[in-house]
Design a protein around this ligand. Structure first.
Ligand code: AHR
Length: 342
């Protein structure tokens, strides 16, 4: 048997003690506080993020806030206690986040806000926001309506009703503002009423039933702040004996909607929704890319708006102008519907 000294003199190192294993590379952990599951859009957003993280080197911790800000704040605090590396927050409403975001900042955890925005005293409380320009979405819908009524030669007064989203959510604030401003800007348009529909089909239906009882055949346009509310409103209109459609001169109610999910586009193809303005829920891959870059030491853009489309079967309007920019309106076809995955 060769002694240790001989082995060593032959240039062979003998290990007498166990060498410690190299430190295990810990997986980067990301906590995601989602609002809930109120709409098809929301489910698509959750699926997009869960799928992208499942395909990534990161571990995602998911929390469903069930539409309650207090639950989302609790989730942020739990993520801080778990010492996650990043927090993703889709805030149900804009205000009330200062303390929780300050705690995350003090713990050195970057917060990425998505979809809806937060209104905070100090913008450095979050690392980045990526989402939709909800006000612009509303303006595009209103410009389309204005152009449509003009093209169709509709010269009667126009009565509108609004079914809003969750009050205080950026999507609601922006879309409702666009509706209110457009109604004020047109002498012959009257916004009869706005009520929250919480982005759900059931509430959308309930609100529309009430409007139909109150205003009967006075309504020409219903502005639904998402597709699920539109499905509910369409049911209510059809059950009341009135017709949804594009023939406003002959008494159809025009339904305007947002999101452009698969079912929302299908209803637009059936002309039950006159125009559907897109709101993209596909955040997953963008978030993984952002975290890849942050892991490489890059600073993310603080504010990023997602580009979105607008769809209608009506081919008379190719684009709408909002302030100095023109936005294409896509003629909706079966092929577009088939390609829509959510
Ligand atoms: O914040 C985005 C909005 O929230 C979508 O329009 C709606 O469908 C969702 O629930």
């Amino acid at each position: 048997m060769l002694s240790a000294a001989v082995l060593s003199s032959c240039g062979i190192q003998q290990k007498t003690e166990q060498t410690p294993a190299p430190p295990k590379q810990e997986r980067v952990t990301v906590g995601f506080s989602q609002i809930g599951s109120e709409s098809d859009w929301r489910m698509a957003s959750t699926a997009s993020i869960q799928q992208a993280f499942a395909d990534s080197p990161y571990t995602l911790l998911f929390n469903d806030g069930q539409q309650k800000q207090e639950n989302q704040i609790k989730a942020i605090r739990e993520f801080i206690d778990q010492d996650v590396d990043y927090i993703i927050l889709d805030p149900c409403i804009e205000t009330g986040w200062d303390s929780a975001l300050m705690e995350a900042k003090e713990a050195g955890i970057p917060v990425i806000v998505i979809d809806r925005a937060v209104e905070v005293s100090d913008e450095s409380l979050y690392a980045a926001w990526i989402g939709s320009d909800f006000y612009l979405e509303g303006q595009r819908a209103m410009k389309w309506l204005e152009a449509y009524l003009k093209k169709e030669g509709y010269e009667e007064p126009v009565n509108l009703v609004g079914i809003q989203g969750t009050i205080g959510a950026t999507a609601q604030i922006g879309r409702s503002r666009a509706l209110e401003e457009a109604a004020n800007a047109h002498e012959d348009w009257t916004l009869l009423e706005e009520q929250p529909g919480d982005y759900t089909e059931a509430k959308g239906k309930e609100v529309m039933e009430e409007y139909l009882r109150k205003y009967q055949d006075k309504i020409q346009v219903v502005y639904c702040e998402n597709d699920n509310e539109a499905y509910g409103a369409i049911d209510a209109i059809q059950e009341s004996g009135r017709k949804v459609g594009m023939d406003v001169k002959n008494g159809d109610i025009l339904v305007l909607s947002f999101d452009a999910t698969h079912d929302g586009l299908r209803m637009a193809l059936e002309k039950k929704i006159a125009v559907n303005t897109e709101c993209s829920p596909l955040y997953g891959k963008r978030l993984v890319k952002m975290i890849d870059e942050m892991e490489q030491g890059e600073l993310p853009e603080h504010t990023t708006y997602i580009e979105e489309g607008q769809f209608s079967t009506y081919s008379g309007i190719r684009a709408v102008w909002v302030v100095d920019n023109s936005y294409l309106v896509t003629k909706l076809t079966n092929e577009i519907l088939e390609e829509r995955e959510y």
